[in-house]
Design a protein around this ligand. Structure first.
Ligand code: GAP
Length: 506
């Protein structure tokens, strides 16, 4: 946490991202649009690598999960059934003087440090009056709070009438619920099993803030994991995680004003804090995944939602929070959604979505014991905070990304650019490596400057072709984190890099 202690700010990360081509504010030539971003050449590579790893860990490495890719616009009745049409709201207040709008809960939390999640507009109003909260922009008086639905509205087809109103999905989950029966039939899966999806979601946030952290268009990676409700504690994978430890903050600890402390999965289940072995398994599986992408366990904690804070569909939710410079913040939620959604879709669609459970020889409504829901953009941000090191000794930034996440895996550098033979050899190496990895060829500037350039964007390996390479058919691999160098035969470079990436060494 050395760099975090130096308080690398969100603005510094945003500036770094723009300068290096990770992220740009969307449509900036027109002044941008609040809450929307463009991923640049390096950003799209890093984001794709994160998504690929998530897919590998959740779909390819497991026998019990299959994937899907649903549409962004769904039949609007989906949102009636899911409760989003009625409940997916934040409470806003408007300044009577400058007419700027704010999220009422955020204003109160900023002023008092109190968590006011789940409070009604009336309760929030009372707090605003009691605490004398004014407009942070101009000091003006604030209006009475009112609810605001966060779904983006659009029209399907050429007629812009009430009947043609539709919404951009605010979560990817719903198409999983509407397809569960189809998917179970075609994939020949039996309970317990899960469906995974990565895709864009849209929320018309009242106050987008903290760069990528709260935006209006973002990507989610979600699993809906279905069991027979009778099997809440019958989790065959539980022994893989029972001794795993995480920083945990339970509802009770929050009410007592205690801080998070390290607890094992077994302890959390035995004390009845996490309500089922399945939910405990999924919380720890997700925590392990976040550690696998490079987040340090001491920068992660699991926090149980207070009962007043839980979403309308949830029986029990745990957030996995990352210690950002602006505080502990949710990057992933893990909820027990019960049969809430599927039951409501059965009611609204009048279709039988029950599935046959061979174990109990009965038709049953698939029970969502866990919905791990990860924000890819928030993960991207956390990964950057974790990797960013302002290395005073080297005089440059070193982005210590895990090699499999690095946008560029290796840079091929001819020692000098004015020797034709050297350039030819370096080109040969580049041409052969680019078939397997995202590599760059860079001939401009001193070798030190080129190393620094690669350090700053997280390239784990620099391959330098020098005069000895012409004689011996070998090259130097320079490692980003240690700056150590190793001489390797050119024909072995590909295997060497493959193995370093696989073993997470650089
Ligand atoms: N299907 C459950 C669901 O959508 P959520 O807690 O509202 O739950 C899940 O969202 C994750 O999506 C969050 O943990 C967060 O990482 C991400 N997310 C939600 N709103 C976001 C926003 N406005 N900007 C960026 N990411 C967001």
């Amino acid at each position: 946490m050395k760099e975090m202690e130096k308080k690398l700010t969100i603005n510094e990360i945003a500036t770094f991202c723009k300068k290096k081509g990770f992220i740009f504010p969307s449509s900036e030539i027109y002044g941008g649009l609040s809450g929307f971003f463009d991923y640049g050449p390096l950003g799209v590579e890093l984001k794709n690598n994160l998504k690929q790893l998530w897919w590998k860990a959740h779909v390819h490495e497991r026998e019990d999960i299959v994937g899907m890719d649903g549409s962004i616009i769904l039949n609007p009745r989906v949102w009636v059934a899911s409760g989003h049409a009625e409940h997916f709201e934040d409470v806003l207040v408007e300044c009577k003087k400058c007419h700027q709008r704010f999220r009422a809960d955020q204003l109160i939390e900023e002023k008092t440090g109190e968590n006011v999640d789940g409070k009604s507009p009336e309760e929030l109003h009372e707090l605003i009056v009691a605490k004398g909260i004014k407009c942070p922009n101009c000091g003006g008086e604030l209006s009475e709070p009112k609810s605001f639905n966060l779904m983006f509205k659009t029209y399907v087809g050429p007629k812009q009438t009430k009947e043609n109103v539709a919404y951009l999905r605010p979560e990817t989950a719903q198409s999983i619920f509407t397809e569960v029966k189809n998917i179970m039939e075609v994939s020949r899966k039996k309970l317990p099993f899960g469906i995974a999806q990565i895709g864009k979601s849209f929320r018309n946030e009242i106050s987008p803030r903290n760069f990528l952290f709260r935006s209006r268009e973002f990507e989610q990676a979600e699993i809906e994991y279905f069991i027979n409700e009778k099997d809440l504690n019958n989790c065959p994978y539980f022994n893989e995680v029972e001794n795993y430890k995480m920083l945990a903050l339970t509802e009770d600890m929050q009410k007592r004003g205690n801080k998070e402390k390290e607890m094992s999965v077994k302890e959390l289940v035995n004390k009845g804090v996490i309500k089922s072995k399945w939910q405990a398994y999924w919380i720890s599986f997700e925590h392990k995944f976040l550690v696998r992408v490079g987040l340090k366990p001491e920068h992660l904690r699991i926090r149980q939602h207070l009962s007043i804070e839980r979403a309308h569909y949830s029986l029990d939710t745990w957030d996995i929070e990352y210690k950002f410079p602006f505080g502990w913040k949710e990057i992933e939620g893990v909820s027990n959604r019960t049969t809430f959604d599927i039951k409501n879709h059965m009611k609204e669609s009048k279709k039988d979505l029950r599935v046959f459970d061979e174990k109990y020889k009965e038709k049953t409504i698939p029970y969502v014991v866990s919905e791990p829901s990860l924000g890819i953009d928030r993960l991207f941000l956390a990964v950057l905070f974790e990797a960013y090191e302002n290395n005073e000794k080297r005089g440059n930034i070193v982005l210590k990304l895990k090699p499999f996440l690095s946008p560029i895996k290796a840079a091929v550098l001819p020692l000098v650019s004015n020797k034709e033979e050297l350039m030819k050899k370096a080109r040969e190496v580049y041409n052969s490596l680019k078939k397997d990895f995202n590599v760059v060829f860079d001939k401009s500037g001193s070798i030190g400057r080129r190393y620094a350039r690669e350090d700053e964007i997280g390239t784990p390996f620099c391959i330098t072709i020098d005069f000895d390479s012409l004689k011996n058919n070998d090259a130097t691999i320079r490692f980003r984190d240690s700056t150590e160098q190793e001489r390797v035969a050119i024909k072995e470079i590909r295997d060497k890099i493959t193995s370093l990436i696989r073993n997470d060494k650089c």
